[in-house]
Ligand binder design. Sequence first.
Ligand code: COA
Length: 418
Amino acid sequence: MTVEIRPIGPDEVDPWIRSLHVPFLAKADNDGVAHWVDHLEIGRTWVAADAGRFVGTSCVFTRDVTLPGVPGGLAPTVPLTAVSGVGVHTTHRRRGILSRMMGTMMSDAIDRGEPIAGLLASEAAIYGQFGFGWATSTVELSLPRRTTHLTHDAPALDLVLCGAKEAESRLPKLFDRFRLQRSGQVDRNPAYWKNVFADPKSMRPTGTSERFFAVCDDGYVAYRPSNHWDSGNPNVLHLDELFGVSPDAEAALWQYLLSVDLVDTIVAGRPVDEPIRWRLADPRSLAVTGLKDMLWIRVLDVPTALTARRYRTEGRLVLEVEPAPTSVDKHGEARPDPAAGRWVLEVGPDGSSCRSARAGERQELRLGVSELGAALLGGQDLRSRASAARVAELVPGALERADAIFATTPAPFSSTGF
Ligand SMILES: CC(C)(COP(=O)(O)OP(=O)(O)OC[C@H]1O[C@@H](n2cnc3c(N)ncnc32)[C@H](O)[C@@H]1OP(=O)(O)O)[C@@H](O)C(=O)NCCC(=O)NCCS
């Protein structure tokens, strides 16, 4: 194997971005290049080079993610190794280059003491073998605006429609409050927001307008309508984000959206426990058109990850975590999975501990590291995975106990792409 995996230098950012666009079936335009330039962290951006030619890319953003909390308090956050920019050129695919880049990124994360990694997958079949588990979901909803009514008027909010400049001064602060209310939310850096407000034409979904913002002290909506009102085609309002400090505030934001004249249909990707259905005069009118995986989580340091989140119930569990099927270093040599082993987790509303099991402490539940990553954020039950032969209950009752321990509300949700 002559392909070398190495970090890029500052003068290699442009060719790295152009190389990344190839496996994503695109040519890099100026907006795409500018977007990546702002995001990339030198030292956490790698290339696979074959005789100097770039044939693969990957990078990590240093972020944090909200974990489950307990009622009445803000949820904790933990550093997240946010994997992105993964691509291998067709000329070099299926030779283990992604596996080696993944090994490089995970070793770097472990050296930095980061306990979990996360990513958004282009295809859901790719990352399970590296120990990532589907941790948060987005439900895709569609609502016929003209015939939809709430059973009761939501409270009025002091909403203003504002341009990007005003939104820039208000949305990031609001989002920082909201992201601590839900497990699964990844923080946003200035580069992320810059792109939201710049809203370059070339990065808008086909046929949609610029992004609109309606904001008040209690929440905001960001959306883009398609603009076909003069051609007789139905107009669709694509909801990007809707956050309110309370369920009532969120209902008021929905009411605002239902008042946008000329719109026929509202489409939105929302948390799986989106409550608006139960405020509709006709609850059936809110159609579920899809369910998507969003954040995939890979646990690297089991004790740190499991004790960083909060638990609502008392319990003890001995877990046997199996290694990911593919775990190699940057040279393609097998390396031990840092999450594998037998772990004793003891939890309660006031705190938790996690340590390696001692001799004689019998394992109660056997699961892959990807199942542990899925369960960590509290949105995936282990019983259904046991029914799919992905989790084994070794002691009767352990499965029910595990699901009670890991459960959380509200449902995890991730609304930040990276
Ligand atoms: C996905 C991609 C990066 C894989 O790179 P690669 O170097 O070919 O991957 P590897 O050779 O290291 O494959 C490792 C394992 O993953 C499997 N795998 C790779 N891509 C896969 C895919 N798209 N679906 C299912 N399995 C896949 C391989 O078969 C291999 O399994 P094996 O060890 O059992 O043989 C590459 O196909 C690509 O660039 N795709 C287009 C862009 C993209 O989707 N990127 C991911 C963004 S999240």
